[in-house]
Write a protein that binds this ligand. Sequence first.
Ligand SMILES: [Zn+2]
Length: 274
Amino acid sequence: MRRSAMAVMLAGLLTALPVAAGEITLDGEPVQGALVTGTLTPGNGALEVDGRPVQIAGDGRFVFGLDRDADERTELVAEWPDGERLRRALDVASRDYEIQRIDGLPPSKVTPSEEDLQRIRREAAMVREARRRDDPRTDFTGEWRWPLHGTITGVYGSQRILNGEPRRPHYGIDIAAPSGTPVVAPADGVVTLVHEDMFFSGGTLLLDHGHGVSSAFLHLSAIHVAEGERVRQGETIAEVGATGRVTGAHLDWRMNWFDRRVDPSSLVPPMPGS
Ligand SMILES: [Zn+2]
């Protein structure tokens, strides 16, 4: 669902009082896996999504994500300094996900050893930490672009069966491309994690786009930026590779709102040539 597709206006509750009611405006529809942006008017209010405080930019803009399996209801509660309060229950549209079978993976990468499990947990903790940031930058607003063009070989949310064994769903978009193909920043951001070789994801890079929105780039053969570096949309940040748990060279692009995993393809136009 494109964010520009439909502006959903949620007017404030009508009251008999002669004061302008606050409003929550969303730029798009609440669908499982969506990154939803919106505006709080007036912008000096506070907002919670499902009981979780959400940062409001100076101009009233905010963002939140909906999980792959988000409940059919998400609740927004806004409150302004004058005591006005607005509660909105959003209906979240559900999605159907594909089933994807992948065979020929090394057995040790499908059923890791106890030693590997410890490494996996350490690496997952680093990624979790990087995704916890709540920077005031609003790099997530505006148009996003694909980090590279190629054949899409895996989509968000698909249920995975690896070497015949059911495993966790896939949360990224897999784009097949030869090793060494440049990967560019899909939006402005700050580099929050660079790791040369994680167990599952190999060469791994995370960008933070503000307000808890982050992107991850997996299986890289080379990374051209350092932690803390500011990058601009379109800048080359890395190269496609076949590192980690893969059957061939591709980029796995993931997007998060804090720990909620969202669908990168909801942010960009259709892949050229697809
Ligand atoms: Zn993948």
